[in-house]
Design a protein around this ligand. Sequence first.
Ligand code: HEM
Ligand code: HEM
Length: 218
Amino acid sequence: MEQEVERYRKPTRILHWIHAGAFTILFFTGLILFIPGLGILAQDSWTRVLHRIAAFIFVVAPLIYIPMNWKATWHGIKDAFNWGMDDIGWLIAAPRYYFLADEESMPPQEHMNTGQKMWWLMVIVFGLVFVLTGLIMWAAKEKAPAEVLQWMVLVHDIAFITTGSMFFLHIYLSVIHPLMRPLRTGAWSSMARGKVSAHYAKSHHGKWYERVIKGKEA
Ligand code: HEM
Ligand code: HEM
């Protein structure tokens, strides 16, 4: 049996999948509200109700997770904000890596590579933007001046378009792209089973893997 390395603990995986489910519902119900031609699908306001239920889950899930998993949360935030020369190397090597499978020029990466850090940062920043603008639209619809509400819709829409496109890129890069295979022991497996093969860890997250084998990674 091939040697495996733990990448994501169970609570982190549960949060990821609850969040992914809530986001998917928010995205498609939001899309129906966003595109005027789809208004017919929004009859009886079911999209608005579903959007609000999913928003509640989207907010409450991390609020439950964070106090119970301080260490993992802090680890993730620290990693996402910790940038160095290898990240510049990643940005330069990325086009050849993803389009031409040139793995030689890619510098060894940490637990999160630069692309993953960017996705993490987007999730944190736009997550807060969604919550803030969404709550104002929800709670102050009657009281807030029309101009303020228009601004909230505009900012909510910008967050929707930006994270929406990155969401599909995230799915493509973590599940479909040939370099992230095999499914049973590659990127998909890290979020499905929490583990990847030692070979995958070494070739995709070399710096992190070195620390794991030296026993320096918790
Ligand atoms: C997480 C907290 C969120 C809250 C509290 C929230 C709340 C809301 C509210 C109250 C509306 C107005 C709906 C109405 O017309 O009655 C709205 C609209 C919308 N939401 Fe959200 N939302 C959240 C997250 C998201 C996410 C994650 C997405 C997409 C990925 C999204 C996409 C949209 C879109 C596209 C609209 C339509 C805006 C328009 O009319 O142009 N929302 N949201
Ligand atoms: C529903 C479709 C989704 C699928 C199939 C999916 C799949 C995955 C997989 C396989 C990984 C592990 C990648 C690796 O370790 O190499 C991952 C990581 C991650 N996912 Fe998702 N995900 C989805 C939606 C989301 C959403 C909606 C969010 C944010 C709200 C999100 C946030 C993250 C974050 C922050 C990570 C860790 C950093 C990274 O690997 O990019 N995911 N996802």
